[in-house]
Write a protein that binds this ligand. Structure first.
Ligand SMILES: [Zn+2]
Length: 566
């Protein structure tokens, strides 16, 4: 629907611009905003840079030089001298969990806990603010950041929470640790239950649960926690959105439940409160293929929920994470203290092969399949499954592998061959890079986070954050992709580093292609939506180590300012 219209606008704008140059006395209709003396990186491969932009209504009308842009100045035009500031297209985060991020803003964040003692102290302070029957929820901790990586015991957690039920999820959402009170509430004892498919209850050799609950077993506890109200989630969502706009993000590939879309995001848009373009992939814990079919029908009927909320597809999971040692590999992890044969595992739908049929069914309905795959075996298998989608359908739906973190050398060129998008989160490289070498052999690391090889073999690379797993600040991601520095400041797999421009492309054109909105957004060119950001320094010129300090001065969505630095 949008495409022909965009093209018409594009050519109309081009005609105006040409006419304006040829006959300056016949001025084009004035623009609402004209920005002069800027350093614009347009993301448009034909004209990558410009010194001026003009905006009328929601769109760019002219992008080019100061003299021509000045012809668009009328009596009511806002004229801005950018003073040489760097301007980029609004950034697209291809992989984000808005509902989860909002939830985390309303619960205890243990992301910055520096040790087990610090973790327990923060837990104690937070629990003291709660009623005796309230659950203690939150987490996003990473024991990999602690000097001693042993997890707290259930008894230590109960002691800190004053006996309240506590469930604290690891940063990647692939495991949680629970106190004894929560374990008992879920009926998890020495006597049972057995591990559910695709999940595991951590037990000592004599069968005692030690508090760690992995993957699909987390539902045993999660199902007991009361849901937050829509109003409360919406208030938190507004905070999450402000944070994204402040980082220059104007568009997201959002991984959401139907509830969050229906009851929070679409109503926000209807009330004029949404300042993000949301392209959603529905992700829910559905066990049965019939439930998936019903979900697909819902997706199909809700492709355009509101002007800025679209449903583009669905998310499936092949495996877990490197941090939880649940990513599905061909070789065992080198450092599992409990199980020397642990090579991770497929999640239950993937193990049964149901996920392949689900993917084919969704793609047939023109829904985009996006599938989480971190380990080498998970990636090899999902590429095989995507290859089963008929080529013309594949081209239409643009299947994505989410994370594509550890991929065998022979599988990397298959992304380009099959037209599969590599949707990756460069800040994970900085994070996991701290301990990946303990877990995986040297050979395995060479093709980990293979940004360089994927680009060189012609794949579309889309960048995102995976917020709330890590910060949604794209400049931290660009810094990680360009410098190969881990959070500890070490250099990790530098042969897969890319340039700043390549990283920007992955946060603009690559990511907008991944969310099926590349003809409308993420490029500063006539006819495209006027989504752009102004930076406090030139990300393309400064030393690479400074990129993480870039601040966004102003964020504009469809010609409207949605963030301005104080
Ligand atoms: Zn994610």
């Amino acid at each position: 629907m949008q495409r022909p219209w965009t093209l018409v606008l594009l050519s109309a704008a081009a005609t105006i611009a040409t006419a304006a140059v040829a006959q300056p006395e016949h001025r084009p209709p004035p623009a609402d905003t004209v920005i002069l003396n800027a350093k614009v990186w347009t993301a448009n491969p034909r004209t990558p840079s410009a010194e001026a932009i003009t905006v009328r209504g929601e769109h760019f009308v002219y992008v080019g030089d100061n003299a021509t842009a000045s012809l668009f100045i009328g009596d009511d035009t806002t004229v801005i001298d950018a003073g040489g500031a760097r301007i980029l297209p609004g950034l697209t985060d291809a992989h984000i969990h808005l509902g989860n991020a909002a939830e985390l803003l309303g619960s205890l964040s243990l992301r910055d806990a520096t040790s087990r003692e610090d973790f327990l102290a923060r837990l104690r302070d937070h629990a003291n603010t709660l009623g005796p029957d309230e659950w203690v929820i939150g987490g996003r901790w990473s024991a990999e950041s602690w000097p001693d990586t042993r997890h707290p015991t259930p008894e230590e957690i109960d002691e800190a929470t004053g006996g309240r039920r506590a469930a604290l999820v690891r940063m990647d959402g692939h495991m949680l640790i629970a106190g004894r009170a929560a374990l008992l509430a879920a009926g998890i004892t020495r006597d049972g239950p057995e591990d559910p498919p695709g999940g595991r209850i951590g037990r000592t050799p004599d069968g005692e649960p030690y508090g760690a609950i992995y993957e699909e077993a987390m539902a045993l506890i999660r199902d007991l926690i009361p849901q937050r109200s829509d109003e409360s989630l919406r208030a938190l969502m507004l905070r999450a959105q402000r944070e994204l706009n402040a980082y220059g993000v104007t568009q997201v590939g959002a991984i959401e439940t139907r509830r969050t879309l229906e009851r929070v995001l679409a109503p926000m848009d209807d009330d004029g409160e949404l300042t993000l373009r949301v392209h959603a992939s529905v992700s829910e814990q559905l066990a049965e293929p019939l439930e998936w079919q019903a979900m697909f029908r819902w997706c199909f009927e809700n492709r355009q929920m509101s002007p800025n909320v679209r449903v583009i597809g669905f998310k499936g999971y092949m495996d877990g994470s490197l941090g939880a040692r649940t990513a599905w590999q061909f070789e065992p992890y080198l450092d599992d203290p409990h199980d020397h044969d642990n090579a991770g595992m497929p999640l239950s739908l993937a193990e049964r092969g149901d996920l392949m049929h689900i993917i084919l069914g969704g793609a047939q309905m023109s829904l985009q399949p996006i599938v989480h795959a971190i380990g080498e075996r998970a990636n090899a298998t999902i590429l095989d499954w995507f290859a089963n989608i008929p080529a013309s359908t594949r081209q239409r739906v643009r299947p994505r592998v989410e994370h594509a973190q550890h991929v065998r050398a022979q599988d990397l060129p298959r992304f380009a061959e099959l037209g599969v998008i590599a949707s990756m989160q460069p800040l994970h490289k900085a994070d996991d890079g701290r301990y990946a070498a303990q877990r995986l052999s040297e050979e395995r690391l060479q093709t980990s986070y293979a940004f360089r090889t994927l680009i060189d073999t012609g794949a579309v690379l889309a960048f995102g954050s995976d917020w709330p797993v890590v910060s949604p600040n794209p400049f931290l991601g660009i810094h990680a992709a360009v410098t190969s520095r881990t959070l500890d400041g070490e250099i990790f797999v530098p042969e897969q580093a890319i340039t700043v421009e390549e990283a920007l492309r992955a946060y603009t054109r690559g990511a907008s292609f991944a969310v099926h909105y590349n003809h409308e957004t993420a490029t500063i060119a006539p006819g495209f939506f006027a989504d752009y950001v102004v930076l406090d320094r030139d990300v393309l010129e400064i030393p690479h180590d400074e990129i993480k300090n870039v601040r966004v001065v102003k964020t504009v969505l469809a010609g409207q300012t949605v963030h301005e630095a104080p």
